[in-house]
Design a protein around this ligand. Structure first.
Ligand SMILES: *Cc1c(COP(=O)(O)O)cnc(C)c1O
Length: 507
């Protein structure tokens, strides 16, 4: 029916096995439906009489499509996507490690998946046991006294941690206003501070890529609420002076927040809570194999030292010492910062992380860290001649390369390399982060292979990266106009952001 307002004039061409799919609102035909209901055999009601002002006066404007059109539309879109179950996902800073399928099986067990959070606590004992045991395991791994599982992401954990830091100071009659943050920090760190009403004092990165301890010392004073440090830093480097930094801050009356998003590099090696850190968030969706990406649920538990325990969000899960095996929710915590999330946080993530930790055991987690660091250093040594490092130091679980040399010699830059990688079948790494301010002005390529990749996969990826560096010399235009093999070619990203075109037109 060509008079359908959204109907493309000609059939949509398919290309190889890449099937384009216009927005679902532009598919179908008026009156088409995917459901066949029997004729109404009860009296029809008048929506106006029943729902008053809530009744619609116009039809809702839903797509009118057949079942097969719906199925194909979403299946086609899913096949344009890239996923950890398809190949290497070297997205630095994000820890895109493989999620063992047993985690999913356990999270879907009816005893967990069928729970309602408002059930009486006596019927939630198994779930509370998982949460309590997960809290104990996270505390043992990271060296803290207690943890909250409520925050729904790392950034939410930062917010929670800073709220507890504020409450701690206020409890002592102090109102410090500043938080010191290294300039290599993840953007969520300054954002969480601002949201908490703290002022940010940037601390510069030294010539060796580590936190500049003299700048920290100069900035720390009685108005310092905390320092927020990331270890390993976002440059993939171990902050060797964390203990010194902690001493300086503690002496000034402040606390040490550690951004624990990079805990994948420390399991079984460093327990931050036992090394001068007072508060730290853990990204279960990074370090403990709960799925992430696509805006799916995350989980950012926050560990604290005993001094901060009174300020934990409510409710906490407690194991009743008097009654063997019984768990309860403790709401009455007078100094608590309050509730930060509906119910108990993203419980499905807790089940997955608990399953993973129990499956791996202590030695398994330590080995995961060792392999993550080994894999990053392997790529480092294979690629550093073609893509000079941001800093010449051994890497932890991720490694930051730059486009310094390529750009100077061929004009090809970070973005071009990332786009060309798609033609080789890889998800591009994180690019232009850390920011040029800490990479000597060069465009960063931040690669985190994770521990779950085989040597064969790492070699194939390194070969692709080296091949792109060669292409930059022999056929720079191919790289600069990449990708060539994907359903959508290179976008004008500035225009896409400023003038988004949200309607389908055939290519
Ligand atoms: C991922 C990340 C965050 C934020 O965590 P989310 O779970 O994405 O909110 C903060 N800091 C660092 C260093 C990170 O890598």
């Amino acid at each position: 029916m060509s008079d359908h307002p959204n109907r493309p004039a000609k059939p949509i061409a398919t290309r190889q096995l890449l099937h384009p799919s216009p927005p679902i609102f532009e598919q179908g035909s008026p009156g088409r439906t995917g459901a066949s209901l029997p004729p109404l055999d009860v009296p029809a009601i008048d929506p106006k009489a029943h729902f008053g002002a809530l009744a619609r006066s116009e039809p809702p404007g839903l797509p009118e499509v057949s079942e097969v059109e719906v199925t194909r539309h979403f299946t086609r879109l899913s096949r344009w996507n890239y996923a950890i179950d398809i190949g290497l996902y070297p997205l630095g800073s994000c820890t895109m490690k493989y999620n063992p399928k047993v985690n999913e099986r356990v999270a879907r067990m009816p005893g967990f998946a069928g729970l309602h959070p408002a059930q009486p606590v006596s019927t939630l004992q198994g779930a509370l046991a998982v949460m309590w045991k997960l809290e104990r395991l996270l505390c043992e791994i990271s060296g803290f006294a207690r943890a909250t599982l409520q925050p729904a992401a790392g950034a939410h954990g930062e917010l929670a941690g800073l709220m507890m830091i504020r409450a701690y100071h206020q409890d002592r009659g102090r109102h410090p206003t500043k938080v010191l943050i290294p300039d290599s920090a993840h953007g969520t760190n300054p954002a969480s501070c601002t949201l908490n009403g703290f002022q940010i004092v940037p601390i510069k990165t030294g010539a060796d890529g580590l936190l500049d301890i003299d700048s920290l010392r100069a900035a720390a004073d009685g108005d310092t609420a905390a320092v927020m440090m990331t270890n390993p830093s976002t440059l993939g480097l171990f902050e060797e002076r964390l203990a010194d930094a902690a001493e300086i801050i503690h002496r000034a009356g402040g606390l040490v927040y550690m951004d624990g998003a990079n805990l994948n590099a420390l399991l079984g090696k460093v327990r931050p809570g036992a090394s001068g850190v007072d508060v730290m968030h853990i990204n279960l969706h990074k370090t403990f194999t709960t799925p992430h990406g696509g805006g799916g649920p995350g989980s950012g538990p926050v560990g604290v030292t005993a001094a901060l325990e009174p300020f934990l969000p409510t409710p906490t899960v407690e194991k009743d010492p008097g009654v063997d095996g019984a768990y309860r929710l403790l709401f009455n915590r007078p100094k608590s910062v309050g509730r930060l999330r509906s119910f108990f946080g993203n419980f499905g993530m807790h089940v997955r992380a608990y399953t993973y930790i129990r499956e791996m055991g202590g030695p398994g987690l330590t080995q995961a860290t060792e392999m993550a660091v080994l894999n990053a250093n392997y790529l480092r040594s294979r690629l550093k001649d073609a893509y000079p490092l941001a800093y010449e130091r051994p890497s932890m679980h991720e490694v930051v390369f730059t486009d310094k040399r390529l750009k100077r010699e061929t004009g090809v830059q970070t973005l071009d390399v990332a786009k060309r990688l798609m033609d080789y079948g890889y998800h591009p790494p994180t690019i232009y982060f850390p920011l040029p301010a800490v990479t000597g002005g060069a465009g960063a390529l931040m690669i985190e292979p994770t521990e779950t990749e085989t040597p064969e996969t790492l070699d194939a990826f390194a070969d692709a990266m080296l091949s792109i560096a060669d292409e930059a010399r022999t056929e720079p235009e191919t790289v600069k106009t990449a990708p060539h093999q994907t359903a959508i070619r290179r976008l004008d990203e500035t225009r896409a952001a400023r003038h988004p075109r949200l309607r389908w037109t055939r290519q």
